[in-house]
Ligand binder design. Structure first.
Ligand SMILES: Nc1ncnc2c1ncn2[C@@H]1O[C@H](COP(=O)(O)OP(=O)(O)OP(=O)(O)O)[C@@H](O)[C@H]1O
Ligand SMILES: [Mg+2]
Length: 330
């Protein structure tokens, strides 16, 4: 569990728009070990997707990583060229998007879409690739795999397309799987099946997973560690138990207020917190949460908080942690 595969350090990403520079990610640092599941939560617009897209060079023409580094298995990703990055995406890191049709091409058969990368990047023969894809379809529960491999995406239901996307993401046997809201479009039963499937495959292959979700039940069921994002920053990070039982940052405490019993989460969505997040065109100079924070002190408006150690493996970017006795935990 302890072998590190990913270290994101002080990552800054901006979008250069006609109205100015949108500072979408303002200094994110995260670590991930082999086989570990990291859950990322935070309200809409907090920079969860942009952090992941920055890592994979998928920001589009106006987005740019303007600072920091991403080290994956000893290699720096931010400075890689197109070819090097394509190799990483084809062999080492896969991403599952919220909408399966983002990844599936409607006019190509499943066989073509899943076999082609194996032939191209794994240098398999056509027959080898087909055999592997049939295995993958079995793994994700699409049956009868031998027949369905010849079908087109529209012949699959929403849940089945999500499974296809997982099969596609796992085809290259990635070391890291990034799942950005992988189940929001699905009904609860199918959602549970997909998560179970991801968990099984993670165990089988020891794949590390970054799981982005608004659903605290999903986090409680899957994540080893949790990072809480707010306004382009990681404001708190710790084990699942640290975050649910001993949240240190007032933002996390606010998010979790509605959770009656963290041991028995079903489908708890994050509750919205009063007020608006800061304008990313003009971020505040102090703590980004200060204006909404019920515990804000004068220092919070003036200086950005440094990340403070709360306990072993648990940290929070909050000035309260510097107060005597480590601040108020609830
Ligand atoms: N192409 C873009 N141009 C300008 N701003 C962008 C662009 N893409 C994202 N942003 C901004 O970056 C910020 C972070 O967006 P991001 O998509 O990472 O949020 P998120 O945490 O994934 O939210 P959600 O939970 O809604 O998916 C947002 O304020 C968003 O408006
Ligand atoms: Mg997102």
């Amino acid at each position: 569990m302890s072998e590190n595969i990913l270290t994101i350090s002080d990552l800054h990403t901006s979008f250069f728009t006609p109205v100015g520079e949108v500072k979408a990610v303002g200094g994110v640092s995260l670590k991930l070990s082999k086989g570990e599941v990291l859950g990322i939560v935070g309200e809409s617009g907090s920079g969860k997707s942009v952090t992941m897209l920055s890592m994979l060079h998928l920001l589009g023409p106006s987005g740019k990583v303007v600072g920091g580094s991403v080290n994956f298995e000893g290699q720096e990703l931010t400075t890689m060229n197109y070819k090097q990055m394509s190799d990483i995406r084809a062999n080492k890191i896969s991403m599952i998007f919220q909408d399966p049709m983002t990844s599936l091409n409607p006019v190509l058969s499943v066989s073509y879409q899943l076999c082609e990368p194996l032939i191209r990047h794994k240098h398999m023969t056509k027959a080898e690739a087909k055999k592997r894809v049939i295995e993958l379809l079995h793994d994700v529960g699409i049956e009868p795999a031998e027949e369905r491999i010849g079908q087109y995406p529209h012949q699959f239901s929403g849940g089945q397309r999500q499974r296809l996307m997982i099969a596609m993401a796992l085809a290259c046997n990635p070391d890291l799987l990034i799942a950005d809201e992988p189940t929001t479009a699905l009904d609860v039963t199918v959602q549970a099946q997909i998560l179970e499937l991801m968990k099984d495959l993670q165990k089988k292959w020891n794949t590390a997973i970054i799981l982005i979700t608004h659903d605290l039940g999903v986090i409680a069921g899957m994540a080893d560690r949790v990072a809480v994002m707010y306004s382009g920053h990681v404001v708190e990070e710790g084990t699942r138990r640290d975050i649910f039982y001993r949240p240190a940052h007032p933002y996390t405490q606010g998010l979790l207020k509605s959770v009656p019993n963290p041991d028995n989460l079903t489908k708890e969505r994050l509750i919205p917190i009063k007020g608006q997040p800061p304008d990313l065109l003009n971020p505040p100079k102090g703590c980004p949460y200060a204006l909404r924070c019920p515990k804000a002190m004068r220092v919070c408006l003036q200086y950005p908080p440094e990340t403070q150690f709360v306990e072993e493996g648990h940290s929070a970017a909050c000035w309260l942690q510097r107060a005597p006795h480590g601040g108020d935990a609830r």
